[in-house]
Design a protein around this ligand. Structure first.
Ligand SMILES: *Cc1c(COP(=O)(O)O)cnc(C)c1O
Length: 385
């Protein structure tokens, strides 16, 4: 692989978990127009579906592309694969888990929420217990990497518990797919264009068991989000049912080819893990503390506590980092102030070293000589070892 180029249009790096910094080749792929019915564009759609399936390697699976942001595909998945008389156990430890529960409320599907708060992970034994206690639960939904804290949830042990209880698993692998293997026995999983494959936003994709796709007929509340109908149409005609985001789709194919050229899921995950290691080590060296201990840190995004120092102000920190070429992300913890640094996108460890230098200079400019968090943050962190 060549050295990753800096963003060529003069924009800052996006240290955010999608939209993220894309390659110039991916951006350039959007410079021509395509007829959505044309054979060339149909070939693009076909190559993407096959390429995504290749990443998971399942033979009894198929891939359906869906217009909209990632949440549209999550909603489509829930509406299409959970029967009207089904019941869902939602495992939540952050904003995306709660959004799944909210979506089920909109859809009028029965569910139980296992709410673990800001970041504590749902564990396999808890899931087993919850399933044993309620025979009506037909499906379990889990978020693979909960992007709101950056925790990598233990989906393998959760999958084992679901399987042992004879229930079905749905996975929101939005921010992990393409960089981390989806190590779970799922009936369907979902991700989107603007996360670890490094495309631009505009569509999501669902990978599901073929028998589940067949069974989804007539279930969806929504014409547009009906995965069964979209699947049948794509299989029959090679086209999307309604206008696809053509430029986004073509850019995604460019990104998917680059993903393969880089070495697939393993290589992408290794680059992101290196990004994480450099930024975590560097910021810890400045006195910052992470919310999570090392074993729970994902290579996707990391939450840092805001320093307790009286001169520290997040908005100022954000603005000064942006001037230096980096857009960081506010935190989502309810108990302590925090911010997040994304490790995904077209950047490597050299860029992450520049991030650390920028943070160091920013602290000096703000007059913060100690980046340690308040004592309550350490108490919070020690809840999960
Ligand atoms: C990004 C993301 C989504 C989808 O969010 P959109 O804003 O709709 O794209 C869903 N779940 C997780 C875990 C995510 O990271």
């Amino acid at each position: 692989m060549t050295v990753l180029p800096a963003p060529k249009m003069g924009e800052p790096y996006l240290l955010t978990p999608g939209p993220l910094t894309t390659s110039f080749a991916t951006k350039s792929a959007m410079l021509r127009d395509w007829g959505s019915w044309d054979a060339e564009f149909r070939a693009v759609t076909a190559e993407i579906r096959a390429g995504l399936l290749e990443l998971v390697g399942g033979v009894d699976l198929d891939c359906v592309l869906m217009q909209g942001s990632g949440s549209f595909s999550v909603e489509a998945m829930l509406a299409s694969f959970v029967p009207h008389d089904g019941k869902v156990l939602v495992l939540s430890n952050g904003a995306y888990g709660l959004r799944i529960a909210q979506t089920l409320e909109y859809l009028g599907r029965d569910f139980t929420l296992m709410d673990k708060g800001d970041y504590m992970p749902p564990r396999g034994d808890e899931v087993a217990k919850a399933l044993a206690a309620d025979a009506a639960i037909s499906h379990v939904v889990v978020v693979h990497c909960e992007t709101s804290s950056g925790i990598l949830n233990p989906i393998a042990e959760i999958s084992d518990a679901v399987k042992a209880a004879g229930r079905k698993l749905l996975v929101d692998s939005m921010s992990a797919f393409g960089a981390i293997e989806v190590d779970a026995d799922y009936v369907a999983m979902v991700s989107s264009a603007n996360k670890c494959i490094e495309g631009v936003p505009g569509f999501g994709f669902i990978i599901a068991k073929i028998e589940e796709l067949e069974a989804a007929k007539g279930r969806s509340h929504s014409l547009c989000l009906d995965i069964h109908a979209q699947w049948l149409h794509m299989k029959k005609t090679g086209q999307w049912r309604f206008t696809p985001p053509t430029h986004v789709v073509v850019a995604f194919l460019e990104a998917l080819r680059a993903h393969k050229a880089e070495g697939g899921v393993a290589a992408r995950g290794a680059r992101y893990a290196k990004n994480r290691d450099v930024v975590v080590e560097g910021l810890r060296g400045l006195g910052f503390e992470t919310l999570l201990q090392n074993r729970w840190l994902s290579p996707i995004i990391v939450t840092f506590f805001c320093p307790a120092h009286e001169n520290f102000d997040f908005t100022k920190f954000y603005d000064l980092m942006k001037v230096k070429g980096f857009i960081i992300y506010p935190g989502k913890l309810t108990i302590v102030d925090s911010f997040r640094i994304g490790c995904i996108g077209q950047m490597d460890e050299n860029v992450m070293r520049l991030v650390v230098t920028a943070a160091k200079e920013t602290l000096i400019e703000m007059g913060v000589d100690n980046a340690a968090p308040p004592a309550i943050a350490i108490t919070e962190r020690n809840k999960l070892t």
